[in-house]
Design a protein around this ligand. Structure first.
Ligand SMILES: Nc1ncnc2c1ncn2[C@@H]1O[C@H](COP(=O)(O)OP(=O)(O)O)[C@@H](O)[C@H]1O
Ligand SMILES: [Mg+2]
Length: 420
């Protein structure tokens, strides 16, 4: 009898264990399916959107990256600033499907002061390195068949290439402007900021294959042969961008403690993330012709912040496009005394950064080689670099100094928000 009840008990225990095992494996399978849906390459699966039966907590757990795989940005002097373990140029469709998703995928800020990895993964990249290179190669060898207004002031012309695509040509009033526009573009490349349309230089020559078809128009515009102009890709369907509330003068700034960050939609957070790059970038280049000039205008125009920001546009997908950077680096450095207090105040209002941008700033700070790195990239990428010239030694030193100041500011933010 005792043996019988022992056997019965063992059987019951076995049944109970197998049911627990069965429920557990079913749960695991479902979790695994969800995981694949968010990391697999299939675009279809992204369009299905997340299923409602998983809590936000589960999504966070699914998206958590093992600590070892994360880029180590705790220490800002991390040596390999140029190693991106993350692919910043992955499939845009995947991103746009996820951006629409109503589900919050976790806290927008990681490690105190950095935009979270899940947001980085969703950021649209309009001008990937490969895309920009292909455009530049094509633009160098394409004939311009038409020049017309459409890119702002009269010294900028909308050019149509033989294949129907378009570019904005900037005939600088002086060399500073074309240099500013061009070197700013390459500095963005060094920092991994991909919001600037691809750019090339071209030397005007009415007899060359590139310019012959618009020779008459060029002489009406009084464009002289031999001048070096810049051409940037013309992007369709761009619209204006109003400065987000936290970054306006009365705003609280963009910092990790901002309660409203938690309440922003994913699309709003992605835009703020691009703004954090924009502010870092305009600080480094001392470009006053965007947010800073708006702050300045506040003195006599209290509504300026409610209107579109200068030289900033947005694609329908939500990428910010930083245009007209000619005030950066050269002119911006010349008139630094006039604008520095505004540059400083805008930078001070931001304490959330993109990890990659921060890593690159840290690297340029640590090696103190920004002049050399920028020159090397510019020379290697732009055949007309010699004709246009480079930063003076004095301005190269100003750039390095701004990198160092920015680095200190990031450290200050890190100290202030470490516990978050
Ligand atoms: N790359 C571009 N793609 C599309 N539109 C552009 C581009 N660059 C300039 N534009 C258009 O021309 C306008 C003025 O451009 P901008 O370069 O700021 O000229 P300006 O030198 O006169 O300030 C922009 O607001 C935009 O409408
Ligand atoms: Mg402009």
């Amino acid at each position: 009898m005792r043996a019988l009840s022992a056997n019965l008990f063992a059987l019951l225990l076995l049944c109970a264990l197998s049911s627990v095992f069965y429920v557990w494996s079913a749960l695991e399978n479902r979790l695994e399916r969800h995981k694949r849906r968010f990391s697999g390459p299939s675009q279809e699966s992204f369009q299905q959107g997340p299923s409602e039966d998983l809590s936000a907590k589960t999504f966070r757990a699914l998206l958590a990256v093992p600590a070892a795989q994360r880029q180590n940005v705790q220490n800002l002097s991390y040596p390999s600033a140029f190693v991106g373990t993350r692919d910043y140029h992955v499939n845009g469709n995947k991103r746009s499907a996820q951006r629409e998703a109503p589900v919050k995928l976790g806290s927008p800020v990681d490690d105190g002061i950095f935009w979270s990895d899940w947001l980085e993964d969703l950021l649209p990249v309009r001008f990937t390195e490969g895309y920009a290179e292909a455009w530049r190669n094509k633009a160098r060898t394409s004939a311009v068949i038409k020049l017309e207004p459409g890119c702002g002031r009269v010294s900028n012309q909308l050019a149509t290439f033989a294949d129907g695509t378009k570019a904005c040509v900037r005939y600088g009033i002086n060399a500073d402007q074309v240099q500013g526009e061009t070197l700013t573009y390459y500095l963005a490349g060094l920092l991994g900021i991909t919001n600037l349309p691809p750019l090339i230089l071209s030397q005007l020559n009415g007899d060359s294959a590139q310019w012959a078809a618009v020779r008459t128009r060029m002489s009406h515009l009084q464009w002289s042969d031999g001048a070096v102009v810049s051409l940037t890709e013309w992007i369709s369907n761009l619209t204006g961008v109003v400065t987000p509330a936290p970054l306006r003068q009365q705003g609280v700034g963009l910092n990790p403690a901002l309660k409203r960050l938690e309440n922003q939609t994913t699309a709003e957070l992605l835009e703020l993330m691009q703004w954090s790059d924009l502010i870092v970038f305009d600080y480094l280049t001392a470009n006053f012709d965007r947010l800073v000039s708006n702050l300045f205008s506040l003195q006599w125009d209290p509504h300026v912040m409610e209107r579109d920001t200068n030289n900033l546009l947005r694609t329908p997908r939500g990428d910010l496009v930083f245009i007209d950077n000619e005030a950066g680096l050269v002119h911006g450095f010349r008139v630094l005394n006039l604008w520095e207090k505004y540059h400083h105040s805008v930078l001070s209002s931001v304490c959330v950064f993109r990890k990659r941008t921060t890593q690159r700033v840290a690297e340029l700070h640590r090696r103190r080689d920004s002049r050399w790195r920028l020159l090397e990239l510019y020379r290697d990428s732009e055949p007309l670099s010699r004709e246009l010239g480079f930063l003076s030694d004095e301005h190269a030193a100003v750039l390095q100094d701004r990198i160092d100041r920015l680095y200190k500011h990031i450290l200050h933010c890190k100290g202030k928000y470490r516990q978050m």
